[in-house]
Write a protein that binds this ligand. Sequence first.
Ligand SMILES: [Zn+2]
Length: 438
Amino acid sequence: MKRFIILIFFLLPAYLFAQESKKILIKAGKVFNSETGVFQPEMAIYITDNIIKRVKPYAEVSEKEKNEYVLIDLSKYTVLPGLIDAHTHLLNKETIMPENKFTGLDMMKTLTMEGDAYRAIYGAVRAKAYLEAGITSVQDLGNSGMFADVALRKAIENGLVDGPRMRCSGRGLSSEGGQMPDVVYKHREIINDEYRIIKGTEDAIQAVRENITQGADVIKIYSNNTPNVTALSIEEMQAIVKEAHRYGVKVTAHATDNESVYNAVISGVDGIEHGYQIADSTMELMAKKGVVLVPTDGDSVTTLQYAKLSWPDDIKQQKNMLLYQKFLNNRLKRAIKKGVIIVAGSDDYIDFKLPYAEPSLRTLVGYYESGMSIVEILKAATVNGAKQLNWSGKIGVIKPGAFADLIAVDHDIDKNINFILQIQFVMKNGKVYVNKVK
Ligand SMILES: [Zn+2]
C-alpha cells in the first residue's frame, strides 16, 4: 500500500509542483552584440528564470509585458554578456620574489603546509571576487592540487558559495618535473600532487581518461614546462588530443617559445596559452587551423607593480620590464594581423598586492595598450571565450537560449576600456549579485 501511494506521487503531473517562473525585463541603454561587435541602443532583454528568451528594441515592449515582467532599469548603462576569463588559477597564488626569481618555494609550501582543503577555501574567496568583478565564467587551468578545482566548481554549482561558472582542467599533463624546479629525486613524488606526469603515449591516454572521469571539462597540457627543461613529445601530445577529442573535450597547451607552440599546434591542440615568442609562420598555421591564442599579458599597472616588487630599488630593471610588455604587445598585434583568434585569459596567480580579480580585468586594459580595439577586446572576453570554454551559444552572448549572465558598465565603454574596471551590475544565471545602479 505504501508503495502504491509513493507511485501515485511520482505519477502526478510535474506542473502541480512547478514553481512560478521568474520573469525579468531589462531595459538597457545599449547592448553589446558580441557576435556582430555592434552596440545596439535602447534594447529590451527578456529573461525567464535563468535563460535569455528574447532581445528586441525597448520601444516594441507592450504595456501587457511591462505588467507581466519585473523591470530592471539599466537605461543609463551598457549591458554586456558576463565576462569570461579563459585562463585562471583560482586556487593558486605566487609571491613575487626578489629579482623575479622563480623558486617554486610557494608551490612547495602550498603542497606541504596548506593542502587542498585550504586551497579550495582560498579559491572560494577569490571566486566570489571574480563574480563580483563581472567575470561570470572562468576556465581554471590547473595548479589546484588533486582536483580541488572540481570541488570548488561543485560547491558553486550547489549554491554553497558564490562564484563564476567554472570549467576545470584538474591536474595539468606534463613531462617529468612539472613546473617545479630543484625538487630532489627522493621527494619528486610530491610533484604528482600538482601535475600529472606523463610517461609515454599509453600513459598519456590513461591520464586523459583519469581527468575526464574526475570531472575535467578541458585538458591542460604543458608543451614545455619552464623552468624545467623537459617537454612532452609530439607523439604524447597527439595521443592526448586524439583521446580528449573522442569525448568532445578540448585540449589547450601551455607553450611559451616558438618551438613548443609549433609542436602543440601540429599535434592538434585547440588553444595556445601564453605564446610569448611565436614566429609569424607559426601564427599563420594557427590562423589556418583555427587554434586560438590566449595572451596572458598584464597591463602597464600590473607590469610596473611586478617590476617594483621584484626590483624595489632598481629603476633600470623596472624600465626593462615595461619594455618586455611592449615586446608582448607587439606579438599580440602580429597575431591579430595574421588572423589568429584571440581569447582573453589572465593567468592571474601572482600576488600583485591588488584586490582579487583586478589583475584579470587589467588583462583587458593590457590588450588595449597593445592596440586591440575595444570591440575586439570585448569579443575576446565574451564570444571567443565561449568558444574556448566549449560553451558557444550558452555564455558570452546576449541572445535567446543563452544563460542570463549579464553585466552593466558605464555607457561610454565603447570609448574607454577603463570602465571595465568598474562593473555596476552583475547577473549570473538570472540572479543579481551586484547592483550599484542609481
Ligand atoms: Zn597559467
